[in-house]
Design a protein around this ligand. Sequence first.
Ligand SMILES: [Zn+2]
Ligand SMILES: [Zn+2]
Length: 279
Amino acid sequence: MQIGCHVSISGSIDKAVDNAVERKCSAFQIFTRNPRGWHAKELTKEDIANFKSKLKESKIDRFATCAHMPYLPNLASPKDDGFEKSVETLMSETERCAQLGIPYLVTHLGSHLGTGEEAGIKRLVEGLTKAGQTKNDVIILLENTAGQKNSVGSDFKQLGEIFSQLKPAKKFGICFDSCHAFVAGYNLKTEKKVKDVFDEFEKYVGIKNLKILHLNDAKGDVGCNLDRHYHLGLGGIGEKGIASIVKFATKQKIPIILETPIDDDRDDFENVRIAKGFA
Ligand SMILES: [Zn+2]
Ligand SMILES: [Zn+2]
């Protein structure tokens, strides 16, 4: 069982490991830098050494850790400058992961900004393929989307079509986000429905390509396309569905990472504890 949550790197990057240990995580996700800007300060030798030694001490398996891309890049952008900057960021983030010993980097698939799915996917595949040429062995994970306006990759069939075009294949994998799948129209409310959804995922994308599972309940109901994460069991997916997803991921040995909110109702300490309870 590998279960944890997204943790903050505030202060210094090694603090992420402290935060994970404090929350009793056996898996975790970080941003390698401020996710809201384009600029990233280079990691120092000290940053890297401290992060690695704390991770070793923590006994958390390095293959249960991942980083998430910052928010600004748009790999499906029709605008040349925005697209190029996005691909550069993706490449430099894989380098940062490699320096830290993090094997996976989760990326969103971007927005075609009204130019259409075909044009967006063409850009996306071009950008990912370029990033796949980097010399490091970090695996880029494509995250299924919530199906917001102008987005691509919420539908498993389409996600599979994008994925199958990427080369070299060993440089790419998938991150399944339960909130995104649910609001994109995949009903995950019961054990049977969860099984059906993963059967469909297997058919179009392949469960063997699934390296990380983002476990989030959804603020809205099935098919609402609203990307609002919620506390486990308290949202549209509900307790039965969330428990079934946890069991599926645990059985398949896929690390589970929570991206649930922190508010008056619950914090991440409690959501992690609840997720473990379902396993
Ligand atoms: Zn994401
Ligand atoms: Zn996610």
